[in-house]
Design a binder for this molecule. Structure first.
Ligand code: CU
Length: 192
């Protein structure tokens, strides 16, 4: 016996529960979509400028930046995040009026440790040396993607003194046998 066409449209009448779920998902999509522009108002989405660069070029810029602004102790030694030679250097970042500051993400660290002053404004560039990384400033929950070949610039004026952490919130690749995404944590220090 040949299969007959159904006599009525299969989805009619529309099941009530199905309708409710459909409306909920449409409303939720609209809310999520609206969050993209609205996030700018509570500073979760930071407006940024973007420039083209290369890992080699950006690496050189960051190296020069660190050499110029790295903090030295009374003996002329570079101050590092853990107090050990070879640690990540602390850099007294120039304010917006003095110049730009630079942050580099690479597997699996952020360098340098930027030291900022409260209530001053900074232009901070960020780019990656290798994979896609994430800049997640904790506990403020500011999130930015860091990609190789692009320099993102954010302008920020810290209004709180303290030590803040940068967490990589984009799963970054493993090289060979090594994995380090979960330990990729950086620091930003805000001083009076
Ligand atoms: Cu990462």
């Amino acid at each position: 016996m040949p299969i007959e066409n159904p006599k009525k449209t299969w989805w009619e009448p529309f099941n009530r529960e199905e309708k409710i779920w459909l409306y909920i998902s449409i409303v939720w999509c609209a809310i999520m979509f609206a969050m993209m522009p609205l996030g700018h108002f509570w500073n979760q989405n930071v407006s940024s400028e973007t420039y083209k660069t290369t890992p080699a070029e950006y690496g050189k810029i960051v190296q020069n930046f660190i050499t110029k602004y790295e903090r030295k102790d009374t003996k002329g030694q570079v101050v590092t995040h853990n107090g050990q030679p070879g640690g990540i250097p602390l850099v007294d970042a120039p304010t917006k009026e003095q110049g730009d500051a630079f942050l580099l993400a690479k597997a699996w660290q952020f360098t340098p440790v930027l030291v900022l002053k409260k209530n001053k404004t900074y232009r901070i560039h960020m780019s990656s040396q290798d994979y896609q990384h994430g800049f997640s400033l904790q506990p403020q929950n500011i999130n930015i993607q860091i990609l190789p070949d692009y320099s993102f610039v954010i302008t920020m004026s810290p209004n709180e003194v303290g030590k803040f952490f940068l967490v990589c919130n984009e799963y970054c690749f493993f090289a060979g046998e090594k994995m380090g995404h979960d330990s990729m944590v950086g620091q930003v220090i805000v001083e009076e």
